[in-house]
Each structure stands twice: as structure tokens, then as C-alpha cells.
Design a binder for this molecule. Structure first.
Ligand code: CUA
Length: 353
């Protein structure tokens, strides 16, 4: 056996491994802390592990299937590894090299066939469900079609068959397939409602299709899942699932122009200001620009800018400093005075169905 500085290759190799291990050992507490921290990540209402519809259920079942197979493989390998390590370790009275074995047709067939079987078990439901999830339900009478247009950093929802346009809060009926046509007005975003399923990219100049369904009424949080700019993490939206009857009522209310509730002087003042400035970007009841979210039923929202709790204080905060609340969004700081702000607040909170 060749020697190197008086050591055998085996000894030198062992020393080298020990040095590497010394380095790795130092990282173990750090990795442990990072893992613990990561398990604390996520919010219960943004979890794919608590499915509320058939798509999310299918996706979770695939996650579980692949996880169980992987756990099985890791366990079997670890057990065999530990057994071999102990059973064939070097005994004190043992000298020389043990009997050398090369090649085993039996073993090689075994460890080729087992992974193939595991991959087939994984592939069959995976491929069949991929086709189920990619189905386009547009043509079916019971389906609700929704066009989703992602913007930096908000979501536009259009119901082409119902003639309704809204933003940030998506109403859907339970127990019906919602067929989405998803695109973007600027950069690449991704549409994701963890409790219902997903996710799919929103690409500019392209339409991606996906369907979702909610089993029970509830508010499900959605979020952008593609880094799209400074306020990517704030690009939230809500899916509000209601019974079929309630959904029909909502559609009717959305299509009837709101009765004149704006009568107070302050609100009138706000409306005038809105019609001079904000209307370039924001539409109300079909009049106005398309650059910002449609505000026709703003007073019914559950959130302001998709992230703040809906109340007058937060609306004031938003109007005063939209860039502070959602950095990089396309609404400029307008330097409004207190009177303009209180007028706008009064006007906007009264925009209701
Ligand atoms: Cu839009 Cu991230």
C-alpha cells in the first residue's frame, strides 16, 4: 500500500473526513434553529394542509402520497444502513481485509425494480389528477367564469358572463366550479388560494387557465406567489365563498346601480374631489379609468388595499401615504389635506351595494 507522509491512504482519508465533520458539526445547532424557526412560518388561514375544496384535497393527497413513499424509503435505507454498520463492524480481534464481494445480480435487480414500482405508484394518480386539474370547464352551464388580471400589487376580477367587474375580493358560489382565466397587466405574478388550491402564474400577454371549487362558505385568503416587486408580500386578496342563493343576490346587487346614499355635504365634497382626481385611474359604477382597482362597492370590502382591516382610520392612513403602506404600488402620494381626506373617506365608505 502506498504511503503519504508516513500515513496509509486509508488513514489520510479518514483524517480528511474527520476535519470535514468538525466543520459540519459547528453548523448543526444553526441548522436546528433555522428548522425550528421555519416550522413557525406560515399562517393557519394560508395553509395548503387544510383543504376546503376538491382541488386542494387532490393536491394534498398527492403531497401525502409522495411524502409517505419518501418516508418509507428513508426508513428502509436507514434501517439497513444501521444494521450493516453494526453487524459488519471491525471486531477487536479481527485483522486483515474482510472477504471482498463484487456484484450481485439479485440485489441489482431488487434495487432497480423497487424504485420503478414506487415511481409507478406515484405516477398513476399524479398523471391522472394532472389531467383532471387541467380540465377546462368554461363551456359548462353550471360553471362561473372569472377573468383574473394581476396588477402591481392588486387583483382585478371580471365575471364576463355576468357583466361584473370587481377587485381584491372575489365572490364565488360554493359547490360550483369556478373557471379562471388568469393574466397580468404588468409583470409576472402568481394566483394562489392555499385552502382551495393552486397555484398558477399570471403572465402578461398570456392566459393561464385553472379551476377551483369551495365546499363550504367562508373567507379564504389568496396571495401572489411570484416575486413581482417591492410589495409582492403585500399582494393579498380574499375569496369570499357564499351559498348559491347568496351569490345570486350578490350578482343582482352588483348589477343594480346603488341607490343614492351620498347626501351628506362631506361625502358630496369627497365625490366632487374623486371625480376631479381619482377617476382617471379608478372607476365607480362604470365611469372612470381602469388603471387602479374598481371602487364601485368599496364600502363593502373587508380589507383596505388587500391587507389593512377595513375601517376609516386605515382608509385615512392609506389615502395619506399609499407608498408607506404598500411600497412601490402605482398610487402616488397625493399630499391631500385633511379636509380632502375626510371627504374622500366619507364618500368611499358609502359606496355600497
Ligand atoms: Cu404579484 Cu408577487
Amino acid at each position: 500500500m502506498g504511503t503519504h507522509e508516513g500515513k496509509s491512504i486509508k488513514e489520510a482519508g479518514f483524517e480528511c473526513l474527520m476535519i470535514q465533520w468538525q466543520h459540519v458539526k459547528r453548523l448543526i445547532p444553526l441548522i436546528g434553529v433555522m428548522m425550528l424557526t421555519l416550522t413557525g412560518c406560515g399562517k393557519p388561514y394560508l395553509s395548503a394542509l387544510d383543504p376546503k375544496g376538491p382541488v386542494a384535497e387532490m393536491q394534498l393527497s398527492l403531497i401525502k402520497l409522495s411524502l409517505y413513499i419518501m418516508i418509507g424509503v428513508v426508513l428502509v435505507v436507514a434501517i439497513i444502513f444501521t444494521y450493516v454498520l453494526i453487524r459488519y463492524r471491525k471486531r477487536p480481534n479481527q485483522d486483515g481485509i474482510p472477504e471482498q464481494v463484487e456484484g450481485s445480480a439479485k440485489l441489482e435487480i431488487l434495487w432497480t425494480v423497487i424504485p420503478i414500482i414506487l415511481l409507478i405508484i406515484l405516477a398513476v394518480p399524479m398523471v391522472s389528477q394532472t389531467f383532471t386539474l387541467a380540465k377546462d370547464y368554461s363551456g359548462e352551464s353550471d360553471t362561473v367564469r372569472v377573468k383574473v388580471i394581476a396588477h402591481q400589487f392588486w387583483w382585478e376580477f371580471e365575471y364576463p358572463d355576468l357583466g361584473i367587474k370587481t377587485a381584491q375580493e372575489l365572490y364565488i358560489p360554493t359547490g360550483k366550479k369556478i373557471q379562471f382565466e388568469i393574466t397580468s397587466a404588468d409583470v409576472i405574478h402568481a394566483f394562489w388560494v392555499p385552502a382551495l388550491g393552486g397555484k398558477i402564474d399570471a403572465n402578461p400577454g398570456m392566459v393561464n387557465k385553472m379551476w377551483l371549487e369551495a365546499d363550504e362558505p367562508g373567507v379564504y385568503q389568496g396571495r401572489c406567489a411570484e416575486l413581482c416587486g417591492a410589495s409582492h408580500a403585500l399582494m393579498d386578496f380574499s375569496v369570499i365563498a357564499v351559498s348559491s342563493g347568496e351569490f345570486e343576490d350578490w350578482v343582482k346587487e352588483m348589477k343594480t346601480p346603488p341607490t343614492e346614499t351620498v347626501d351628506a355635504d362631506l361625502a358630496k365634497q369627497g365625490e366632487e374631489f374623486f371625480n376631479q382626481s381619482c377617476i382617471t385611474c379608478h372607476a365607480v359604477n362604470g365611469t372612470g379609468g381602469n388603471f387602479g382597482p374598481d371602487l364601485s362597492t368599496f364600502g363593502d370590502r373587508q380589507k383596505i388595499a388587500g391587507i389593512l382591516e377595513f375601517n376609516e382610520e386605515n382608509l385615512e392612513r392609506w389615502l395619506k401615504d399609499p407608498q408607506g403602506v404598500k411600497p412601490g404600488n402605482k398610487m402616488p402620494n397625493l399630499n391631500l389635506n385633511d379636509e380632502q381626506i375626510s371627504g374622500l373617506v366619507e364618500y368611499l365608505v358609502n359606496l355600497k351595494r
